[in-house]
Write a protein that binds this ligand. Structure first.
Ligand code: ZN
Length: 166
């Protein structure tokens, strides 16, 4: 099972280096964990595939800019998790429970340490990603976004499901 997973992590089409680097050092613990369910929003943070402006711009193609709407830096899962000042209150809450989180690897390690940590991580992901999704829904409903989408013959969409982790 671990060998299969390890091979799967080598598939760059399925997982980016961001996820692989975080999970590989803890792959055995990750696969053998007896608790800890992933939510869709936690998976977005873990895979980088989701409601992040860089992903929506470069991969999904529904945004003109990859930059964070909160602070202007390139918006990625890592930016959301460790950098963006907009999510400082939620990050403070997370780090109060699990200690410093400077990378996805730190988060994964903390999640594997206890179910309380796992819960704190899920709470962070759920809270922050639902705020980001709400902002994206507002943008999609704006007249400019609708005009842009119909002129390109496609509807933009947040929350695409790519990559899987179980
Ligand atoms: Zn930001």
């Amino acid at each position: 099972m671990i060998a299969v997973w390890s091979q799967e992590l080598d598939n760059p089409a399925a997982y980016g280096g961001y996820t692989v680097d975080a999970i590989r050092p803890q792959l055995t613990e990750w696969v053998n964990r007896t608790s800890g369910t992933l939510t869709f929003r936690t998976t977005q943070i873990l895979t980088g595939h989701g409601c992040f402006d860089k992903y929506l711009c470069r991969i999904v193609g529904c945004l003109p800019s990859p930059d964070c709407r909160q602070c202007g830096a390139p918006d990625t899962a890592l930016h959301t998790l460790v950098e963006c000042a907009a999510w400082a209150p939620q990050r403070f809450e997370l780090e109060t429970h699990v200690g410093p989180v400077d990378s996805l690897c730190d988060l994964v390690k903390a999640m594997l340490q206890s179910s309380d940590n796992w819960g704190a991580a899920v709470t962070f992901c759920e809270t922050v990603m639902s705020l980001k999704e709400a902002a994206e829904r507002d943008r999609e409903r704006s007249p400019a976004a609708r005009a842009n989408a119909s002129s390109r013959g496609r509807r933009p969409s947040a929350g695409t499901r790519r990559g899987r982790i179980s």
